[in-house]
Design a protein around this ligand. Structure first.
Ligand code: ATP
Length: 596
């Protein structure tokens, strides 16, 4: 793999960057925060009402409610409290529903937008960028990182906000009741937050080990499932099962170690909050006996301390969610920040495209690697069929990649109809080319769907013609369902030669001005090859073709043959000229016809 520069790190403050990026959702976010605040207040009020009810029962016409409403009878006061309670309860339920809808809706919208943006950007990124890294890494960003961020927005953000509100609201109640109790009950909170942060950091390597173990395990399983034919051929099932056992066992051990520490957290927080609980119980109770604290308020405080406990036990989980969400956001934004180096030009070719191809003084290579092509000058005049031949690794596929502009040359220029391809729109360049790659890729789906990839909305007649031109009629006829027959994942239910013929049909369906065939017939038998050749000759009448081939018999009739060796054009001419010249080509030919 070439050494490419590391991908740019994510922004230093990813969440702030996300906030900037999604300005359009700010109003919805603020609304969600407000409704959630209403919900929290409504959630706390019933506990205050119970305190007020105790106060009514204990103090009668002297109670807080009596003073507030001017109602003397205890029964009437209790009825009032019950009515207020019912209203608040309904508000609480409604606001909980609305707040969940708003937060979750927001999380889904952001997740959807980011996933689509990340995918769209990833598919625009240069092939070279993708080739230099594991496809799993990009997939993990588009899938797992986006899901992780959704969890932060869906669960984490509301939890953080509710915890803060909880502490503030309970704090206000305590402050009204007694400053001493406020100090005693809240004293452990900063301690718990700081301890949670440290604890989280302590757990980090454990979580990391779990993540690595799970990645290793799924790596082994997916690689094995993809390589089943090889495993079976080498009867390596037992060895592979042992490798999975080992990976799974490491995952289990990593998890057990993590659980040992993480499960201790809640009990520890409980111990830390003991001071607040005891203070409320003891100091509060004593204050009631002394007459400095009302019984009603005392009962409210007892409820309230309980309320402080649970959110605090969740501080660590929420912080964990926050940190994971932050790291995921950084990775997504880093992917989105990778620049597209081979970017689209603006020029549109005059139609009809003639199809003249030229490589002018081209030097090319991959990443920081050595030059793969040097001083290459190739011209394919409009309407001619040329061939590229040469030993393996000579740079033949690289020439086709340059013509499709998967990469740009390091020096020199590639031209279509005398225009530098760097200036052309993708539509003008790639839209004019029918390409059959060395490693044919078909998508899961029917034959027709695969063909229509080249020309959405093509008629059945057009599909049939393209199939016939590619000598693939028998492939389609043999499939149950014909054109509607399924080809399976990556077309794997077909043989290599059948896949090649369908790929050729797909390229021809485009009716391109230029045909680029990279060993398009290497996997078919000689008879089929001859049939394809005849069809391609007919199909390529009036269009330009550049054909890469190892089997020289396939390119004998080419208008011109270019011979590449170690990245340079060493000779070119017709088959007969080259054989007569007695150079590299003549040597290759002699070997292939059995005279070498
Ligand atoms: N994506 C890539 N990244 C880095 N190096 C590459 C890449 N593709 C090809 N190369 C290198 O470039 C050189 C030329 O490869 P290329 O595929 O163009 O040769 P070829 O003549 O088509 O070979 P073959 O006949 O075996 O297909 C080789 O040394 C190869 O290792």
């Amino acid at each position: 793999m070439p050494d490419l520069p590391d991908p740019p790190a994510g922004p230093p403050r990813p969440i702030a960057a996300l906030w900037e990026r999604y300005r359009r959702y700010r109003t919805r976010f603020v609304l969600a925060v407000v409704v959630s605040a209403v919900n929290k207040v409504a959630d706390i009020v019933p506990e205050l009402l119970i305190g007020a009810a105790v106060d009514v029962v204990v103090r009668g016409d002297d109670s807080f409610v009596a003073g507030l409403l001017g109602v003397e009878s205890r029964e009437a006061q209790l009825v009032w409290l019950a009515v207020v309670n019912a209203v608040v309860w309904l508000v609480e339920s409604a606001s909980e529903y609305v707040s969940a809808l708003l937060f979750r809706g927001l999380a889904q919208s952001v997740e959807h937008d980011l996933r689509v943006e990340a995918y769209d950007h990833a598919q625009r990124l240069d092939l070279r960028w993708h080739e230099a890294r594991a496809s799993g890494a990009t997939l993990a960003t588009v899938n797992d990182d986006v899901n992780q961020l959704e969890r932060l927005l869906d669960v984490g953000v509301p939890a953080i906000w509710q915890t803060v509100l909880n502490v503030v609201l309970v704090g206000i109640v305590f402050a009204v009741a007694s400053w001493q109790l406020l100090v005693l009950a809240f004293l452990p909170i900063p301690l718990i937050v700081v301890a949670s942060l440290r604890y989280q950091r302590l757990l980090e390597p454990y979580y990391l080990r779990v993540r690595e173990a799970v990645a290793r395990m799924s790596g082994v399983v997916s690689a094995n499932l993809g390589g089943l034919p090889t495993i079976k051929a080498f009867t390596a099932e037992d060895r592979e099962r042992d490798r999975v056992i080992e990976a799974s066992d490491e995952y289990r051990r990593a998890n057990v170690d993590t659980i040992r520490w993480s499960a201790a957290f809640v009990p520890l927080v409980r111990v830390a909050i003991l001071a607040g609980f005891t203070a409320t119980l003891l100091v509060g109770g004593l204050s009631v006996l002394e007459g400095t604290l009302e019984v009603g308020l005392y009962s409210v405080l007892v409820f309230m301390t309980q309320r402080l406990l649970w959110p605090l036990t969740e501080v660590a989980t929420v912080l964990d969610l926050y940190q994971r969400g932050r790291a995921s956001t950084a990775r997504i934004l880093a992917l989105l920040a990778v620049p597209v180096e081979v970017d689209e030009g603006r020029r549109v070719l005059d139609t009809p495209v003639r199809g003249r191809l030229e490589l002018r003084g081209v030097r090319a290579g991959y990443g920081d690697g050595p030059d793969v092509l040097r001083d290459v000058d190739i011209v394919v005049p409009e309407g001619e069929t040329h061939a590229l031949v040469g030993p393996t690794g000579a740079g033949k596929s690289t020439v086709l990649r340059l013509l499709l502009r998967y990469d740009d040359p390091r020096e020199g220029a590639v031209l279509l109809d005398d225009v530098d391809v760097r200036q052309l729109t993708w539509g003008s360049l790639r839209g004019s080319v029918g390409y059959v790659a060395q490693d044919v890729h078909l998508f899961a789906g029917s034959v027709a769907e695969n063909l229509e990839y080249a020309r959405p909305g093509a008629s059945r007649d057009e599909l049939g013609t393209a199939v016939a031109q590619a000598a693939a009629t028998d492939v389609v006829d043999r499939l149950p369902g014909g054109l509607d027959g399924e080809v399976g994942e990556r077309g794997l239910t077909l043989s290599g030669g059948q896949r090649q013929r369908l790929a050729l049909a797909r390229a021809l369906l485009r009716r391109p001005a230029v045909l680029l065939l990279d060993e398009a017939t290497s996997a078919v038998d000689t008879e089929t090859e001859a049939a394809i050749q005849r069809s391609v000759r007919e199909a390529s009448a009036g269009r330009t073709a550049l054909v890469v081939a190892h089997r020289l018999s396939t390119v004998r009739r080419a208008d011109r043959i270019w011979v590449l060796e170690a990245g340079r054009v060493v000779e070119s001419g017709t088959h007969d000229d080259l054989v007569a010249a007695g150079g590299t080509y003549a040597g290759l030919w002699a070997v292939q016809i059995g005279e070498g």
